[in-house]
Design a binder for this molecule. Structure first.
Ligand SMILES: C[S@@+](CC[C@H](N)C(=O)[O-])C[C@H]1O[C@@H](n2cnc3c(N)ncnc32)[C@H](O)[C@@H]1O
Length: 458
């Protein structure tokens, strides 16, 4: 009787598992590691990965001056970027730096602080705007910034973007206050170029406080949180605090960094089609990660409020141009699949075959077109890397920080594939360093890594 009951209970429990849960339980990758699964690839490349833990993530910037003007979760740590510059400061006397995925400009700002010539490309108009403002406002009078932002008059009415369902994201009183601040900024008519830059700084400050004022959190994906109370006054106090931070940083810049005169430019463009007019000594970047974050959905609130997208179609247009993530539209992947001029190599083909096989065996996966998404990611990266490599000076370096993935129980050594692409393009792999361990989002017990790839042009 007891036995009978237990069996019934057990089977009821089993039935209640979702397909995803039972796939996780059955996964051969439980307790697996990137180390084991990378071995065949490393043997073929004839290299080893060096353990070298480092602070590479952006949250380490949260108090660094200028970088703190905007909270950008997927960026670099400024200290890491500086450590790279320090390492090569005797090798390249006046290095020219480039970042093809500039984000909110960590590499660009840090290079400018060193008085290095620096160029960057960013596709997301919001992130481009933030990076450009962080780079080009260093001469602005901090007292004037404070004075103007303290006396904003909301003459033009601003209404929160309808398409974002703003009433769900913010408490009503908070929402009204945010609308008032935005109306005040919009109503300010700049009398000259410097006042336009003051307006830019106010908009960057405003974008930086939006998520803090909302019922959302970004850790690093944007999502709801129940454990958050936002005071009605938060918009006013957070905005003032942010303006004060910026003003303090401008003061410091004007007292300690007056000697800076090297050119620094960020372009709003797609790195896949960007025409390089410079030659670089050091390219340092962190590309989007395969299977990683959706940089458009993650910043849709700021993009909508600042007017960089008026509807979902416009958000999708930005996303379709980006190096793909697994949230990309099915139509784009279908179109890619029939394209004949795609980059490929034997590793990629085998990985695609195995992903397809595992998805077929499971009968269902998050995205059944995952093999083609993976392929498109590396094709996008190949197109960009080819253009970048051609613009690197002889003896120059290409440094990429990237994470690997586990997709339908297939290990994807993103770093090693990118390194291999580098060699296909004539670069030499100087070293690959493991900066930190990560966990797979699919199988939590599976260990992934984040690495720094250094390629050198001979
Ligand atoms: C990991 S983030 C870069 C972080 C940046 N290095 C920093 O420290 O702030 C990747 C960035 O690449 C951008 N991106 C994706 N595809 C792109 C493309 N085809 N051209 C230019 N930028 C792109 C995304 O919008 C995102 O901001």
């Amino acid at each position: 009787m007891n036995g009978q009951k237990q069996t019934n209970l057990f089977s009821a429990e089993k039935e209640s598992l979702t397909t995803r849960q039972s796939n996780i339980i059955r996964s051969p990758k439980q307790n697996g590691t990137e180390k084991e699964d990378s071995k065949p690839y490393l043997d073929e490349l004839g290299i080893e990965i060096i353990d070298n833990p480092q602070p590479i993530q952006f949250f380490k910037n949260s108090n660094d001056f200028i970088h703190r003007w905007s909270p950008y979760v997927q960026g670099f740590s400024a200290k890491f970027v500086q450590s790279i510059f320090n390492k090569y400061k005797f090798k390249y006397r006046e290095p020219v730096i480039f970042d093809p995925f500039a984000g909110s400009g960590t590499v660009l700002v840090q290079a400018k602080l060193n008085n290095y010539k620096v160029y960057g490309v960013e596709l997301n108009p919001l992130l481009y705007y933030i990076a450009n403002t962080k780079l080009n406002t260093w001469h602005i009078n901090p007292d004037k910034l404070k004075k103007i932002s303290n006396s904003l008059e909301p003459k033009r009415k601003f209404v929160a973007p309808e398409f974002l369902k703003s009433k769900k994201h913010f408490n009503l009183n908070v929402l009204r206050k945010l609308e008032t601040i935005k109306s005040g900024i919009d109503s300010f008519t700049p009398a000259d170029e410097d006042e336009q830059k003051i307006k830019d700084l106010m908009l960057v400050a405003f974008s930086a406080i939006l998520i803090d004022c909302s019922n959302l959190k970004r850790t690093p994906c944007l999502g709801y949180t129940k454990n958050k109370t936002v005071e009605d006054d938060a918009p006013i106090s957070f905005f003032k605090m942010k303006i004060n931070e910026i003003a303090m940083d401008l003061e410091k810049l004007q007292s300690h960094f007056q000697h800076i005169n090297a050119e620094s430019i960020v372009y709003l463009a797609n790195s896949k089609s960007f025409e390089h007019t410079q030659k670089y000594d050091v390219v340092i970047t962190s590309p989007p990660y395969m299977n990683g974050l959706d940089y458009v959905i993650n910043y849709k609130i700021e993009m909508g409020w600042l007017g960089f997208a008026e509807n979902h179609t416009q958000l999708k247009m930005v996303k379709d141009d980006m190096v793909v993530c697994d949230n990309v539209s099915k139509g784009l992947i279908k179109k890619f699949a029939v394209n004949n001029s795609r980059y490929t190599n034997s590793w990629l083909e085998e990985i695609k075959r195995n992903i397809k096989l595992n998805i077929d065996n499971r009968g269902h996966y998050r995205r059944n077109d995952m093999p083609e998404i993976v392929h498109k990611y590396f094709d996008d990266m190949f197109i960009i890397m080819k253009k970048v490599v051609a613009a690197i000076k002889n003896g120059g370096r290409f440094i990429l920080v990237v994470g690997d993935s586990l997709i339908a129980d297939v290990y994807l050594p993103t770093d090693l594939i990118l390194a291999k692409i580098g060699t296909d393009l004539g670069m030499k792999i100087e070293k690959i360093e493991k900066a930190r361990n990560r966990r797979s989002g699919q199988i939590r017990s599976y260990r992934l890594r984040e690495t720094i790839i250094t390629l050198r042009k001979e």
